[in-house]
Each structure stands twice: as structure tokens, then as C-alpha cells.
Design a binder for this molecule. Structure first.
Ligand code: ADP
Length: 304
């Protein structure tokens, strides 16, 4: 059955160190990466759209063209005069990656300014994806606007998917971060956290505590990702564990979680069981971490 997936968040310009001081330009961002991977595995009668904001400059035009070239719809990307997309740079030194960000005045911070725009985009969708990074970049009043629309979507029976994706450097205050992530989860039907992040930033002593904390908020379904240890699925009363695919040499873990999310949602949307979807997602994520960059080409990913 045809459907529509909408991802909400910030896509950035990525500059990666190449040879001789040159920089290679690309575009990436957690929720956009998830949209990209969902698009790879959803059938053609599904649409995948991104909701965000960019500027009116050339790099914004290029970003939108990039999204369209990957068949991600841009009708819900606002154009804001005088703003530009956020940018980050990846430095490689002795095989270690470090990141610098220029995103404090990015256009995407205004993505939830217009509640009517949010509402019409969300109402037209079956699956809505957002993350802790989506929330982290928004002013407090816009977080409330977005969460109110997501709660409406949840009440209307849509699948609302939240990856907490906890990035402390994006938040001024740890207590506020935890409270906002918690509100995000409360608006969702499916939460897809990474166990690592949850134990570090919420102080959970175990997987059990992470699951119990989210279930106590009324979250129906959970996929707790744990890197090479696999993922634990809690769907209603049913609980299971799906191992990770074996990877001998990890090249670049960028987008492991995002690709897992996108592949998982694509399979779940088209009738797979959560376990089947997670096994497929683990294969896709395993392929992704054996290549450089956030967005790995389809022909290098898991076969159908
Ligand atoms: P995030 O990137 O969000 O922190 P994880 O590190 O938990 O997420 O990884 C997401 C998924 O990627 C895992 O559930 C697993 O399927 C896959 N993955 C990550 N690291 C490895 C690894 N070393 N070997 C195999 N699979 C991995």
C-alpha cells in the first residue's frame, strides 16, 4: 500500500578533507540520512519528503537539487531570505575524525516557525520522523509548536518516530536537554535510541532501565540500538533481540544509526515484522560502516 514518509530536521553542508588541502563537499544530517536510506528501500509508490528550511543562496539551491536527485521531496523545505544552511567540516588526522560546526544561525533553526506549514505537511504523511537534533536546534517556543503537531499526528494514528540522538554540545543545559528529549519521546509512537547515548546522558544503569524509562512515558514501541551488540525490540508486549551483522573492519561509523532507522522503517512500512525489519536494517548499517561518508550509494548496500 502506498504511503508517505516525512522526515523533519536539518541537513547541512559537509566539507571533508581531501588531498592537498582541498575539501570535498557533500550534504548530510541525521534525519536527512534516515530519509535517504528509507528512500532506497521503500517501493516507488511511497513518497519520502524532507521538512526543513534553507536560504535563498546558491548553496541552498545545490542542497535542494541534491535532495531531489535522491528522490527526496522538497515541497516542505522553506526558503528563508538572508539565511544559509549550517556547515560542518570533517578533519582527518592519523585516521581519527574530528568535526567543526558552523550552524548557530542556520536556516534550519526556523523550520518550525510556521505551525500551519508543519500541520499540513504532517497531516499529509503516514510516518513522521524527527530526532533529538531536530529539537536541539529549535528555539523553545518552536519546540512546543512542533511537538503539538506531532502529538496530533500520534492521536490521529500516524507512526511518529523519534531517535533521541543525544548531542550535548547542541544543548546549553543538560537538564533542559533531558527534559526536552523526554517530551520528544512522549510525542512519539516509536523511539529508536542508542543505548550508549542513553546510559551516558540519562544515567541508565542497564538496557532494562532505558526500556522502562521510555515505556513509562507511554511509548508503545522501542528499538534500542547497541552498536555491534545488536538491537533490542519492544513492540507492544513482544520483546526480541536481533544481532548485528558481523563486520571485520569498520571504516566509518557515520550514519550507522541513521541508516539502520531508514532501512528499518522502510521494511516495517511495507509489512515486515519488526524482527525482519531489524535484521535487514542491521545488514544495511553493516554495509554503511564499511564505506566512507554518511550516504552510501545503493549498489554498495545490502541486496534485497
Ligand atoms: P548510532 O550510530 O546511532 O550511535 P549504533 O552505534 O548503535 O547507533 O549503531 C546502529 C546500528 O549499526 C546497530 O544497531 C548495528 O546494526 C550497526 N552497527 C554499528 N556498529 C557496528 C559494528 N561495529 N558492527 C556491526 N554492526 C554495527
Amino acid at each position: 500500500m502506498a504511503g508517505r514518509l516525512l522526515a523533519i530536521g536539518e541537513c547541512m553542508v559537509e566539507l571533508m578533507q581531501a588531498d592537498g588541502g582541498l575539501m570535498r563537499k557533500s550534504f548530510a544530517g541525521d534525519t536527512f540520512n534516515t530519509a535517504y536510506y528509507a528512500r532506497q528501500f521503500l517501493p516507488a509508490d511511497w513518497s519520502v519528503d524532507y521538512l526543513s528550511a534553507v536560504g535563498t543562496d546558491m548553496i541552498s539551491d545545490e542542497m535542494l537539487a541534491f535532495m531531489q536527485s535522491h528522490d527526496v521531496g522538497i515541497d516542505h523545505v522553506a526558503r528563508i531570505e538572508g539565511r544559509s544552511p549550517g556547515l560542518y567540516m570533517i578533519h582527518l588526522k592519523d585516521g581519527e575524525r574530528s568535526f567543526s560546526y558552523w550552524r548557530s544561525v542556520s536556516a534550519a533553526k526556523l523550520l518550525a516557525r510556521d505551525g500551519d506549514r508543519l500541520r499540513s505537511a504532517i497531516e499529509a504523511s503516514d510516518i513522521v520522523v524527527f530526532s533529538g537534533i531536530t529539537l536541539a536546534i529549535l528555539p523553545a517556543e518552536d519546540i512546543e509548536t512542533l511537538l503539538a503537531e506531532l502529538r496530533r499526528a500520534r492521536a490521529a494514528g500516524k507512526r511518529v518516530v523519534f531517535d533521541p540522538n543525544i548531542r550535548p554540545r547542541l544543548w546549553d543545559d543538560a537538564e533542559y536537554m533531558r527534559a526536552t528529549i523526554t517530551e520528544g519521546a512522549r510525542a512519539a509512537t516509536l523511539v529508536m535510541p542508542s543505548l550508549d547515548d542513553e546510559t551516558t546522558h540519562f544515567g541508565d544503569a542497564s538496557l532494562e532501565e532505558t526500556i522502562a524509562r521510555y515505556r513509562a512515558l507511554g511509548v508503545e514501541d522501542l528499538v534500542v540500538k547497541d552498536g555491534s551488540e545488536g538491537a533490542t525490540l519492544v513492540f507492544g508486549d513482544k520483546r526480541s533481540h536481533v544481532p548485528s551483522a558481523k563486520v571485520e573492519t569498520v571504516i566509518d561509523t557515520t550514519s550507522a544509526g541513521d541508516s539502520f532507522n531508514g532501512a528499518f522503517l522502510a521494511r516495517l512500512a511495507t509489512g515486515a515484522s519488526p524482527e525482519e525489519a531489524a535484521r535487514f536494517a542491521a545488514d544495511v548499517a553493516a554495509a554503511v560502516i564499511q564505506h566512507h561518508g554518511a550516504l552510501v550509494a545503493r549498489d554498495k548496500l545490502a541486496k534485497e
